[in-house]
Design a protein around this ligand. Structure first.
Ligand SMILES: Nc1ncnc2c1ncn2[C@@H]1O[C@H](COP(=O)(O)OP(=O)(O)OP(=O)(O)O)[C@@H](O)[C@H]1O
Length: 529
């Protein structure tokens, strides 16, 4: 690539990018949320047309006008957001866009054979005839990867592929990528995880504000150098533990919950939060409790009690049941065995709206579908207190509360946007969308807060701010449940860490016993820190 420029409206996002990717090599592409990584790879994959610049393959320039042209050239992109067709089957999705046909009829036998071969290469077993819509997020992403491999690409682009994969799926993907390297494929790999860069990549390239600020061999750089290139400053990487010197973790004053009852009257409990101070971990009353809880095939025999001021993490990869337990507290999955007790009262939530009415806040795992109001602005998404209330948006979402929420979280979470509260959320980068949706629940400051993968897709700079905000809410007396597949979340946040494997709790650690080694060993995973 030479001199690639791209603007959206009158905002230039890529300012003349030069980049070379060698055959048989993995190039890791890093940068803060909004730096321009996705825009750059969408240009290469024909999904966006650059305003200026040239792309050449083997020295021959090509005008990559559309995705079909890129595919013919062997360039394939695995999107960050799932772009599959939910009603089609797994096999159909894998050959999507390249159906084997004869005289206009789709050849089902060949479709299934191709799908089976590719899934075999990936070492994954998925039901070929099931609709993709019925699969879990991680499984759907595997379908995306399989689709790219089915296209026999010469240049494969992965956009944060492991974010929703299990340990085993991640290991398999890394094996597949190593295999592709052996076949001379060029691999561009976008990630926010430095450990992946140092494990997998040959070269590392950092984008900052649409400029390349570092491109070198991985063996020639250190982690700190990469982080500094990303954020343009030295990032404080704190060790675990609450910041006792700053009672609010240095945050702006917390959201409306700490200042008085929310304006929609949805949560009677949240106005009673004790003000400020350090965490009451261990000492407060139990606010939420699961006893012998089960939900379908997702999890069983789960006992969990979280006190006011306490952060309990549920650690486990896709399929472990960790996110399902968290989401069950929020009424997204039925508790069909055992009990759920909220503030001393037995709860039977049939819908998230029931949980919200009981004063619970939740950041679900699948934000695109479950938590983002796509056609609304950044400020509206930050201020929207409940899903049910969005229907009454006109009456309560006053400009004032939006402005307050926007002012509070835009800079704290380093949300990269045009600094315009009216900007539509869908025009933000993926990671910045995540920050907005998280900001909504931090703003609400619920008495019970359930967060699924709070740092997924979020850059290193914002990570520490997110940890601070969560600690601060615990310090104000919220009971917080965090389901995560990222051990850093656990080590940074947990007062108590519960490890889950295949729907069961297998270990529990507190205090200094919460280490990366203990977590990964209990989860039966590989230590790749
Ligand atoms: N369709 C669009 N309209 C307007 N602005 C856009 C559009 N798509 C992207 N942008 C802007 O372009 C910039 C770069 O976004 P991009 O998605 O490339 O970032 P990224 O580095 O991939 O971030 P992330 O790590 O969050 O995925 C952002 O400021 C974003 O708001």
């Amino acid at each position: 690539m030479r001199g690639i420029r791209k603007s959206f409206g009158d905002v230039e996002v890529l300012h003349g990018v030069d980049l070379d990717a060698a055959p048989g090599s993995v190039l890791a592409l890093l940068g803060e949320n909004g730096a321009g990584k996705s825009t750059l790879v969408r240009v290469i994959a024909g999904d966006l047309h650059p305003d200026a610049g040239e792309i050449a393959l083997d020295g021959t320039p090509h005008d990559i006008r559309d995705v079909a042209t890129a595919r013919r050239l062997g360039i394939r992109l695995i999107y960050q957001e799932i772009s599959d067709a939910p009603p089609l089957t797994v096999a159909e999705n894998i050959v999507l866009g390249a159906w084997p046909t004869r005289r206009g009829f789709v050849r089902n036998g060949e479709t299934r054979a191709t799908a089976r071969r590719v899934l075999g290469e990936l070492g994954v077993d998925l039901p070929l005839d099931s609709p993709v819509g019925s699969l879990r997020l991680g499984e759907r992403q595997t379908v995306e990867i399989a689709r790219a491999l089915a296209g026999q690409g010469r240049c494969l682009i992965f956009d944060e592929p492991t974010a929703a994969l299990s340990d085993a799926e991640t290991e398999r993907l890394f094996e597949v990528i190593n295999g592709l390297r052996g076949r001379g494929v060029s691999i561009l790999y976008i990630t926010h995880r430095l450990d992946e860069v140092f494990r997998l990549a040959d070269e590392v390239c950092v984008l900052r504000d649409g400029h390349i600020v570092l491109h070198d061999k991985v063996s020639a750089v250190g982690k700190d150098q990469v982080v500094e290139a990303m954020v343009g400053r030295t990032v404080e990487r704190r060790r675990r533990g609450r910041d006792l010197t700053a009672p609010d973790g240095g945050l702006p004053a917390a959201g409306p919950a700490a200042q008085g009852p929310p304006s929609d009257g949805g949560s009677p409990a949240s106005g009673e939060l004790p003000a400020g101070g350090d965490s009451a971990a261990g000492g407060g009353p139990v606010l939420v409790e699961l006893a012998g809880a089960r939900s379908g095939d997702a999890f069983a025999d789960v006992d969990l009690a979280v006190r006011a001021g306490e952060i309990v993490t549920l650690y486990g990869k896709v399929g472990s049941g960790a996110s399902e337990v968290a989401e069950a507290i929020f009424g997204m999955h039925p508790v069909d065995g055992g009990t759920l007790t909220v503030e001393g009262r037995r709860a039977r939530f049939r819908h998230p709206a029931d949980a919200i009415a009981a004063g619970i806040g939740c950041l679900p795992g699948d934000r695109q579908r479950e938590a983002m109001f796509r056609s609304r602005s950044v400020a509206e998404n930050l201020a929207a207190p409940t899903w049910r209330s969005i229907a009454r948006a006109g009456t309560f979402l006053t400009r004032r509360s939006e402005a307050v929420a926007y002012g509070r979280w835009h800079d704290t979470l380093r949300i990269r946007s045009r600094n315009d509260p009216e900007q539509q959320i869908w025009t933000l980068s993926g990671g910045n969308q995540q920050k907005v949706v998280l900001g909504r629940w931090l703003e609400r400051g619920s008495r019970i807060l359930v967060l699924v993968e709070p740092t997924r897709g979020v850059d290193v700079g914002a990570r520490q701010e997110i940890y601070r905000a969560i600690r601060s809410l615990a310090g104000r007396g919220s009971a917080i449940v965090v389901a995560t597949s990222d051990y850093e979340d656990v080590v940074e946040l947990a007062d108590r860490a519960i490890v889950m494997v295949r729907g069961r709790t297998v270990a529990e650690f507190t205090g200094d016993a919460i280490t990366v080694e203990a977590l990964t060993q209990a989860a039966g995973g590989v230590i790749n820190a």
